[in-house]
Design a protein around this ligand. Structure first.
Ligand SMILES: [Zn+2]
Length: 316
């Protein structure tokens, strides 16, 4: 990402985020005069300041560039964006409305660092410009941990998943106000929590703990901002009979002593079918029988691992 977009051009120019073209032009002219190297004994500092000032001006004066910059601000989270990256995985609930204390403090530290590190120190602006509530803001990214049955992890498929996210309040159309009073539905917060259900596509053979990114399924954006994304950490549910090791599926199967001693056919249930295998004469506990191509899918490929039967000889 371009580092330059990290700078707060509005703050540098000392204008509000909804400043008009004329306001920006006027403010730039004032500041350009003040900070022009000619006026400052051609100091290195004034040169640098002047460069940044021009950069801010060029970006905000151009409609297209300004729009892109505004969007990048919301995406980078320089606008107050309540996501919870860096926090623990949430098991349920939307949970991301208030970030955990750790995440919050690291963000404000970051902000302080940026401010301190800025060549403008306190910035050109005489005072802090309060964030404009009407600027486009990206929706929250959401992250959850979901349990996926082993057969689905191994072979892929869809899994319905319900979660809660912030959406724009339909009562006030996301403005927070009705007849100039706070909207009774969202209490002026512009957004409300809604429960949604989506079909999650589980890729065949996905690794345990894999984080799936579901685009645009996070919280809805405000004032035309883009929605956030949904990140799902896929955790394999324990299966009563099967165990997965890489692309192979293991099953411990008890067979009677007589079958183990004399050998004979045995029907076994695999991930998605039934197979008849032949137990060799004199089979011992712990011995394995491999059925090729009946294991978990190999991710991004067409092949499958093996299904491995591990015999356990019972006394009777
Ligand atoms: Zn409302």
């Amino acid at each position: 990402m371009a580092r330059a977009t990290r700078r707060d051009y509005y703050k540098i120019l000392g204008v509000k985020t909804d400043a008009t073209h004329e306001e920006i032009k006027k403010r730039y002219r004032q500041l350009a005069l003040k900070h022009h190297p000619d006026q400052n004994n051609n100091s290195k500092k004034s040169e640098e300041n002047f460069k940044i000032l021009s950069e801010a001006h060029q970006t905000l004066i151009n409609k297209k560039k300004r729009r892109e910059y505004d969007l990048s601000r919301t995406r980078q989270g320089s606008a107050p964006r309540r996501d919870s990256w860096g926090s623990d995985w949430q098991n349920s609930a939307y949970g991301n409305y208030s970030s955990p204390p750790g995440a919050e403090s690291s963000r404000s530290n970051e902000r302080q660092r940026q401010r301190a590190g800025s060549p403008f120190g306190q910035g050109f602006a005489e005072e802090d410009v309060p964030p404009d509530p009407n600027r486009p803001m990206g929706g929250f990214d959401l992250q959850f941990m979901i349990e996926v049955p082993l057969t689905l992890v191994a072979l892929g498929g869809t899994l319905p998943y319900s979660y809660e996210k912030y959406v724009n309040c339909s009562h006030c159309e996301g403005t927070g106000a009705v007849d100039r009073k706070p909207c009774p539905e969202c209490e002026g917060k512009r957004q409300v929590v809604e429960s949604v259900t989506i079909d999650v596509k589980i890729p065949p053979g996905v690794a345990d703990q894999y984080t799936l990114r579901v685009e645009h399924k996070g919280g809805e954006g405000r004032n035309g901002g883009p929605p956030g994304h949904l990140y799902l950490k896929l955790c394999t549910q324990a299966h009563p009979r099967f165990k997965r090791i890489k692309n192979d599926i293991y099953a411990d199967i008890s067979i009677p002593l007589q079958l183990a001693a004399q050998g004979g056919p045995l029907q076994v249930e695999t991930l998605n079918s039934h197979r008849t295998i032949y137990v060799e004469e004199g089979t011992l506990t712990g011995e394995e029988y491999r059925i090729p191509g009946e294991g978990a899918a190999i991710m991004w490929g067409n092949k499958r691992g093996d299904f491995v039967v591990r015999f356990n000889i019972s006394d009777n």
